[in-house]
Design a protein around this ligand. Sequence first.
Ligand SMILES: [Zn+2]
Length: 191
Amino acid sequence: MGTVGHSRPIPDPNQFELFSVAAPTAPPLAVETLKNRRGPRHQPHGLVYDLQQCFDVINEVMFKRELKPPIMRWSRNRWRYTLGLCDVEKRVITMNTALDDARIPEMVVAGVMHHEMLHLYFGITEGPNGGRRFHTPEFRAAEKLFPAYTAVEEWLRDNWPLRGRPARKPRSLSGGFLSYLSMMHGSTAER
Ligand SMILES: [Zn+2]
């Protein structure tokens, strides 16, 4: 250690190395650190719903764990009509942050997640004229296999978009649609 005080510490090449900020040997930032830098809206944890948990249960129950986890995040802004987006090539699922609201039933968040996960599953299909097709007949058929498909459609038709103040209280993890889904399917996904 160099001395502390008025006299200059004796230069020590090893010590200099320790205090060098931009040392060329600095290890690359961990992925977690990079994720956290995007801010709270760019993480799967919302204020009410956790997209990671939602993905894990649906992946287990509906996809036999075949899907590799994508990047999941909430949109920065509230979207009026779009519920979720899936970038199939970059493997990013972005959910409308307006769905992170305790007034939204868990089955609705799960239904939107299932739809976006089907995009990962089917990928992009080429149409008869060379165009890109996303919602093929196979896609639509698979979408209807979601246990609450009709209930989610009806809820959205009758209630979406919600007006007024969002309810931001976290949901309890038990007793919701996802825990019911995993229980009924004997899932071992962590709740
Ligand atoms: Zn779609």
